[in-house]
Design a protein around this ligand. Structure first.
Ligand code: FES
Length: 281
């Protein structure tokens, strides 16, 4: 026990034991007097709004591509890479071709498995939704919403261990979304140009790259399990580049999440003729 703990100036650490109740004040839910509930409430609101919009967009199965008729080459990130059978009905389906020929539903329902799995298993989002939805615990110094704590030792939470593999897939998707951004410079029948849609897809791809490389698993792959950095110069450089981004992983998670939904919305509005994609040059 430290001197500060003996003097009672800082609280003693309550060890967390698997299968037992987690620490926290016994007599009431919390001794905190600040508005600790604001953060989990905001998180729950934004995540619920995103899930509601993504579900709506994924089930649409249309208006996800702006093609040659409008002199554009813009595809929604929710529908890329468009590899399902149903993509063939849309002129300009992704040049990677049709791989999932068995899939005849909305392509997004197949494609979104990867970004969804990546975000669901993300270390930051785990903290966010454990606090805001699962109440485990809702905030620091607030009692757990459950009688016993099992950590991530059981199904389904043990599946979070696959995060690293979702990272690999997400990086592949980022390559495809970058290709989409490059293709957005193409204006069929008009040559090369730059529009608001081009800007949207470029910013979206950049944000997804930054979010992905700021991932904790990515940082570990680059700099983990090394005893002497001096013997691994390239990995050390990568680790040094990634570490400042990793410190902002939470902010990058939110910005990239909101922007990917806005990118889908923008393409959707242009494809359905509600707005015009303004050509800057
Ligand atoms: S920890 Fe968040 S994406 Fe890997």
């Amino acid at each position: 026990m430290t001197i500060a703990q003996e003097q009672g100036t800082i609280p003693q650490v309550v060890p967390v034991e698997i299968g037992r109740p987690r620490g926290g004040p016994k007599e009431k839910r919390t001794l905190r007097t600040d508005r600790w509930w604001i953060s989990p409430a905001v998180t729950a609101t934004v995540l619920t709004s995103f899930v509601a919009y993504a579900t709506f967009a994924a089930f649409q199965g249309k208006d996800y591509y702006v093609g040659a008729k409008m002199h554009r080459d813009l595809i929604s990130p929710f529908y890329s890479p468009c590899i399902a059978e149903s993509c063939q009905r849309v002129a300009g389906s992704h040049p990677l071709g049709i791989w999932a020929s068995f899939w005849n539903f909305s392509p997004a329902l197949l494609i979104l498995i990867v970004p969804l799995g990546f975000r669901l298993t993300c270390y930051y989002y785990r903290k966010a939704y454990y606090r805001s939805f699962w109440q485990s615990p809702p905030a620091c110094g607030v009692a757990d919403g459950h009688r016993s704590y099992t950590g991530e030792t059981r199904f389904p939470l043990i599946l979070h261990n696959v995060h690293r593999y979702f990272l690999y897939l997400a990086l592949l998707f980022n390559v495809v979304l970058t290709m989409d951004a490059v293709l957005a410079f193409n204006f069929p029948g008009q040559g090369i140009g730059f529009s608001v849609g081009t800007l949207v897809l470029c910013v979206n791809a950049a944000l997804l790259w930054i979010y992905s490389v700021s991932c904790h698993a990515c940082r570990h792959i680059c700099g983990g399990q090394i005893n002497e950095f001096s013997k691994h110069k390239i990995r050390y450089r990568l680790w040094k580049m990634i570490t400042p981004l990793n410190a902002r992983h939470m902010q990058l998670a939110w910005v990239s999440l909101v922007f990917v939904a806005l990118s889908d919305l923008y393409v959707r509005l242009v494809a359905s003729g509600i707005i015009h994609d303004y050509k800057i040059f």
